[in-house]
Design a protein around this ligand. Structure first.
Ligand code: GLC
Ligand code: CA
Length: 580
């Protein structure tokens, strides 16, 4: 049963949409090869409609040698055969629309795959050719140009440069830039062929009915001319895992990136109904992020400062305030996101807050995630992590703006630790000799049913082995269990659709309740004659008591108690929605 969006939410749907991220390889496999595919998604679209999300974002499903989970695109306008065919994806888009779901696709404009026709054409020529001018090429340093042209580092560890060899395999003295894997050469956005390739791609997908794009590495496209050495650490986080408002690095957050988004916005604005952009923008602060969300640029950007925050009221409150304030200046709506395919699951991250893991991350050099989760949780930690994941789900879905749910977050799946080396696929793991970047642990295929070797993900196999206890976390096991994360999420999404106080709008901190600094308490004021909603999230170690409260929804698995004076007791690691 899907619920219609109320009319007052239809116009600028993206301003408070809940968007579900599908990692295509891991969602549902229809043909038993162990990889999720288009027909697998089509077969289970009803699940998303019933969950109550508004839109789906697909991580890349384009033709790709898959050296970086499809973020190495060989053809932006064709589908990877493992995912299916273009006709199947067209049908998927149409069927999703039939279920009332908007569809966002991934656009990867910072780099192509080394198998893209542009790079293949370049390889057939000598450096200095027009073909190589589509990429970033520079002469090496050292007497024989045997050293990389500058000191830039690859996000997945190692140098950001690889040597260009001639037809006989002899070094030419020239190097090409890759901020990610060596199979992901960075393209040169000053080159008109690149502009045209992406104009064509954007139009291609808009003409197929997609409702918008998630823009990969949106802060990375423009590089300082001459590619000077980096003067800084090139890291977005300091040693404590806190965001740094870095001096702009020559490869990140350069003013010229904004020209690209203004140009694209002019293209999408010509389409009806509204098509949107959400940027993957890793910059130091909410203020820097807001620069990308000016009215003629992207509609929204992922709120990574929020994703980075620990499960602590003071930290969360500071990020919430800064995000809303900065976005207000440019008229943008804020997004709330805590999980995606690049970061460890919140069950683990939040469970380990107390152990100080997030306070003393291992330095990894990876800009993607410095807080690596390496050890399995104890049973007690896992319970704590799940309680907090549930509390965060309610908190996040009650904040003004739009929200993202990464597949499996609605099941409170934990990070899978100790994946055997033979199954690993994350390039960061290989480039670092098996230490850095545990991004495979959040990409393990979804468990659908209790039974079966792959819990209904596939008839035969799964590209990453699922833990055996996922049987009890499967969609089948959680469906209709009122204490499950899945039913909590469904209820929250249902209320969010029907209660005008939620979604876009105002929020007011309720400091007058004097619940202390480890409790978040905010009100979403009454609208359209419907009651306001008070949201309380207790991140502290003590109970909090709320007088005379009408409970709408609680994240706890057991009923909440009341005091003798009828105050509602909110235990630690619990969030509630209350009618006011
Ligand atoms: C983004 C993607 C990540 C990918 C990288 C390079 O950060 O989310 O998965 O590895 O870009 O494309
Ligand atoms: Ca398949």
């Amino acid at each position: 049963m899907s619920i219609e969006r109320p009319a007052h939410r239809n116009a600028d749907w993206w301003r408070d949409a809940v968007i579900y991220q599908i990692y295509p390889k891991s969602w549902n496999d229809s043909n038993g090869d162990g990889f999720g595919d288009a027909n697998g998604v089509r077969a289970r679209l009803r699940y998303l409609a019933d969950l109550g999300v508004d839109a789906v974002w697909f991580s890349p499903f384009y033709k790709s040698p898959d050296h970086d989970g499809g973020y190495d695109v060989a053809d932006y306008r064709d589908i990877d055969p493992r995912f299916g065919t273009l006709a199947e994806v067209e049908a998927l888009i149409e069927e999703a629309h039939g279920f009332g779901l908007k569809v966002l696709v991934d656009l990867v404009p910072n780099h192509t795959s080394s198998e893209h026709r542009f790079f293949q054409a370049a390889l057939a020529t000598a450096p200095g050719s027009p073909e190589w001018a589509r990429y970033h090429v520079a002469q090496g340093r050292g007497a024989n140009q045997e050293l990389p042209p500058n000191n830039w580092r690859c996000v997945f560890t190692g140098d950001a440069w690889s040597p260009i060899l001639d037809a006989d395999g002899v070094a030419t003295g020239y190097w090409y830039l890759h901020l990610f894997d060596s199979t992901q050469p960075d393209v040169n956005w000053e080159n008109p062929d690149i502009v045209e390739e992406f104009d064509t791609t954007v139009r291609f997908w808009l003409d197929r009915g997609v409702d918008g794009f998630r823009v990969d590495v949106a802060h990375g496209l423009a590089k300082v001319p001459g590619l000077p050495d980096s003067q800084g650490e090139q890291r977005l986080l300091d040693a404590d895992g806190q965001l740094i408002d870095i001096v702009p690095e020559p490869m990140w957050d350069q003013p010229a990136v904004h020209d690209v988004y203004r140009h694209w916005r002019a293209i999408t604005d010509a389409y009806q109904p509204t098509r949107i952009f959400v940027g993957e923008i890793w910059v130091g602060t909410p203020a820097r992020l807001a620069n990308y969300l000016r009215p003629d640029e992207m509609h929204t950007g992922f709120n990574f400062p929020f994703l980075r925050a620990n499960f602590r009221a003071s930290e969360l409150r500071a990020v919430i305030d800064a995000s809303l304030a900065n976005d207000r200046v440019v008229g943008a709506s804020t997004t709330w996101v805590v999980e995606n395919h690049d970061v460890p699951r919140v069950v683990n991250r939040y469970a380990l807050n107390d152990r100080g893991l997030n306070d003393a991350p291992e330095a990894t050099g990876s800009g993607l995630e410095a807080r690596i989760v390496r050890t399995p949780l104890s049973e007690q930690q896992e319970r704590l992590g799940r309680d907090r994941a549930r509390a965060m789900m309610l908190t996040m879905l009650a904040l003004p703006g739009s929200a993202y749910i990464y597949q499996g977050q609605e099941l409170a799946l934990e990070e899978v630790i100790n994946i055997p080396a033979s199954e690993r696929q994350d390039p960061a793991w290989f480039r670092s000799g098996g230490v850095d970047g545990l991004r495979d642990g959040c990409r393990v295929p979804l468990p659908w049913t209790r039974a079966g070797e792959t819990f209904g993900f596939s008839t035969d196999s799964a590209w990453l082995t699922q833990p055996r206890h996922w049987r009890e976390l499967s969609i089948e096991a959680q469906t209709d269990d009122p204490a499950s994360m899945l039913e909590l999420t469904r209820k929250a999404l249902r209320l969010r659709r029907s209660e005008p106080a939620l979604g876009e709008g105002e929020m007011v901190w309720r400091d007058d309740l004097t619940l202390g600094s480890s409790v978040l308490a905010f009100e979403r004021p009454s609208r359209f004659g419907r009651p306001g909603i008070l949201v309380v999230c207790n991140t502290g170690a003590e109970d909090a008591a709320i007088p005379r409260a009408g409970l709408m929804l609680a994240s706890s698995r057991v009923p909440l108690e009341r005091t003798a004076s009828n105050a509602l007791v909110i235990p630690p690691d619990t969030a509630v929605w209350l009618e006011v």
